[in-house]
Design a binder for this molecule. Structure first.
Ligand SMILES: C=CC1=C(C)c2cc3[nH]c(cc4nc(cc5[nH]c(cc1n2)c(C)c5CCC(=O)O)C(CCC(=O)O)=C4C)c(C)c3C=C
Ligand code: FE2
Ligand code: FE2
Length: 335
């Protein structure tokens, strides 16, 4: 009998279109996820549905309109291309299916297609290198919720995080190779932020700030998003020979003040004020270019930097369809 494996590749998700209605519906699904806004349900419903989404949807829709291309949302288009390349790379015994945690193609429908294929084994991989409860945790939870209702549950493998995978690091280093670091006044490693309490909840007792998450990975902090962001950075700066005083780790896209610091927009502003003219920005939490890289770093940080005397914020493109990134995913499937 031929044994076949189904691979479920998951990214975050994006609206179906940049219309206000579709963006509203996307934000509604996303921000009502208790792993994203982790407060009591009633409070979350009031906050998200009556305050955040009504105000944010028109603003976000405007930004999504700028981001949209002839192929639609870059995040979805790139993720689909990655899935196709991985499928080709893995050969005949594997089928790769792409799903999004929010909106489409949705995890429930894609898993139903996979159930009908009777795979011997299913491998679930998220496109998030560093574990966060709001990203990988949420995707895994939904997969388990769906699969637990199946009569036949095949072997299921969750690929886990890969913030330190040598091919992941090497692929980013290769993306950066076209930039001459000496031309830049400072280098930022800007990761998507999360609320402080999301990393605090990793620990049985105490807070993230009681640990040395900026400097080491231990058994205790191995699932702390802050610790793994710093670990990715340490590997990259070592590989690229970037001295300690020439870079800053920072966190972007905050919704309020109690998120991981330093905030990327503030770091950009400070470097502008200090007289820097050129900044190079890596974004190693994003494997596919999206609103957070193209618009937030490429456009909004550029504007902030210019307002404070700077000239150029240069984004190091995400891995997108880089061959070493496809190789990394292949290894994660085969491990
Ligand atoms: C590293 C992966 C991500 C984590 C962790 C994450 C946490 C997180 N995000 C929000 C709120 C928003 N994020 C938005 C966009 C967005 N987020 C990620 C990834 C992570 N988010 C990606 C890849 C994207 C881009 C999607 C695209 O279509 O291009 C948005 C929507 C855009 C906007 O309105 O600004 C929101 C809102 C929270 C609250 C959170 C953790 C608590
Ligand atoms: Fe996000
Ligand atoms: Fe931590």
């Amino acid at each position: 009998m031929k044994k076949r494996t189904g691979v479920l590749l998951i990214n975050l998700g994006t609206p179906d279109s940049p219309s206000v209605g579709d963006v509203r519906s996307y934000l509604f699904q996303f921000l009502n996820d208790p792993r994203v806004i982790d407060i009591p349900k009633l409070l979350r419903m009031i906050l998200v549905n009556l305050i955040i989404v009504p105000f944010r949807a028109p603003k976000s829709a405007k930004i999504y309109k700028e981001l949209w291309t002839d192929e639609g949302s870059p995040l979805l288009n790139i993720s689909q291309n990655v899935a196709n390349k991985l499928d080709k790379e893995l050969g005949d015994d594997f089928d790769v299916h792409l799903a999004m945690r929010y909106k489409n193609p949705n995890i429930k429908d894609v898993l139903e297609q996979m159930r009908l294929k009777n795979y011997t084994k299913i491998v679930v991989i998220t496109m998030f290198p560093q574990y966060a409860s709001a990203s990988t945790g949420s995707a895994y939870e939904l997969v388990m919720d769906v699969v637990k209702k199946w009569w036949v549950i095949p072997e299921i493998q969750f690929a886990g995080q890969y913030y330190d995978h040598p091919d992941f690091i090497e692929a980013i280093a290769d993306r950066a190779s076209k930039y001459n670091f000496d031309e830049y006044d400072h280098i930022l490693f800007s990761y998507h932020g999360v609320p402080d309490r999301h990393v605090d909840k990793v620990y049985a007792t105490g807070l993230c700030t009681d640990r040395d998450c900026e400097h080491e990975i231990t058994e205790e902090n191995q699932y702390c998003y802050k610790a793994t962001c710093y670990a990715t950075t340490r590997l990259l700066v070592k590989r690229l020979g970037i001295p300690e005083d020439q870079y800053t780790v920072c966190f972007q896209s905050r919704l309020d003040k109690k998120w991981l610091t330093p905030f990327s927009d503030k770091v950009v502003e400070e470097w502008g004020k200090k007289g820097a003219k050129k900044l190079l920005v890596f974004s190693p939490a994003f494997t596919a270019d999206c609103l957070e890289t193209i618009i937030e770093i490429g456009d909004e940080y550029q504007e902030i930097f210019e307002e404070h005397g700077g000239e150029k914020v240069q984004l190091v493109e995400s891995l997108n369809e880089h061959p070493l990134w496809i190789k990394c995913l292949k290894e994660l499937v085969l491990k």
